[in-house]
Design a protein around this ligand. Structure first.
Ligand code: ATP
Ligand code: TZP
Ligand code: MG
Ligand code: MG
Length: 270
């Protein structure tokens, strides 16, 4: 398989969805108070097994047995902040892939310092909106709170720089997601604007990336597969919903229903 060949990546993404359903990876989340419940439901729907294990000592122990780990800085309370570096180190030491979501980094000071510390611990994937990726790379001042004020294309140089410096895949979300390992740059154009009207949609995508990264050692392919399955489910959900509330419920339903043939037919990667 060539990870820069859209046809190969499409086939592999469809296959990975089936592998995920067979293996039901255990995904550990240190995530925010807003997105916790939605994230767990998204993981269950797609076929993974969520565990919100986020206190010191327990979190680092769990990272050794989890299939994948998400560290999300959305509401970084003291206990979670204390647990994050040791969990990242334990994940690295035990070859558990881990995803960093630097929510609102640049806009706020405590998490900006913490994110710089965590990114140096070599996440497998850094997932964020364009403003977050720009400021984590030292190129910008952050967005408007948790919301992006930049475009993924405008964050491409920042994503390349972060990827090369830290050996991570960097996934920048938006209308078209830009995903790079520092060499190849791939774009996923699936999705629906209603995803921006459900809080935690970006956060839950990070957890889904942790699930896919546990199944595929090429983190670029894992991030593309996660984004594609997620955003195709959003397209299908939008067809059945009348606004953000019904969309959120339909989205969870479509994540549970989506199959490999649908991924092959609808995936828009280039
Ligand atoms: P923010 O912090 O700005 O709310 P986020 O962290 O929630 O961002 P998003 O950029 O909203 O993350 O991305 C979440 C998902 O929504 C991604 O899968 C992305 O592809 C999708 N998405 C975001 N904006 C759009 C859009 N305008 N059209 C289609 N899909 C979108
Ligand atoms: N405030 C702190 S974290 C959070 C909010 C609203 C959730 C952000 O979720 P997302 O996935 O970035 O939209
Ligand atoms: Mg959002
Ligand atoms: Mg976000």
């Amino acid at each position: 398989m060539r990870s820069d060949d859209p046809a190969d990546v499409t086939d592999r993404s469809a296959e990975l969805l089936e592998v995920l359903r067979e293996r039901s990876p255990l995904v550990q989340n240190i995530t925010n108070a807003v997105a916790t419940n939605f994230t767990a439901n998204v993981l269950l729907a797609i076929g993974a097994s969520p565990a919100m294990v986020d206190i010191p000592t327990e979190a680092e122990e769990f990272a050794r047995i989890a299939s994948g780990v998400l560290i999300n800085l959305g509401t970084p309370h003291e206990e979670a902040r204390a647990a994050m570096p040791a969990t990242a180190q334990a994940a690295r030491a035990s070859d558990t892939p881990w995803v960093l979501d630097p929510v609102a980094v640049g806009a706020l000071p405590v998490r900006t310092t913490l994110a710089r510390e965590l990114v140096a611990l070599r996440p497998t994937i850094v997932r964020g909106n364009a403003s977050e990726i720009l400021s984590l790379a030292g190129f910008g001042e952050g967005g408007r709170g948790v919301e992006s004020t930049d475009s993924p294309e405008g964050a491409l140089d920042a994503a390349l720089s972060l990827a090369r410096e830290h050996g991570a895949v960097v996934a920048v979300s938006g209308p078209t997601d830009v995903i790079t390992d520092g060499r190849q740059v791939m774009r996923v154009s699936n999705g629906h604007p209603l995803l921006t009207k459900v809080t935690g949609a970006g956060c839950a995508l990070g957890a889904v990336m942790a699930a896919f990264a546990s199944l595929e050692s090429d983190a670029l392919v894992a991030a593309i597969a996660a984004t594609s399955v997620y955003t195709i489910a959003a397209e299908l959900a939008a067809e059945k919903s009348s606004g953000p509330g019904s969309f959120a419920a339909a989205f969870v339903d479509e994540l549970a229903r989506i199959d490999a043939d649908t991924v092959r037919a609808r995936m828009a990667v280039a």
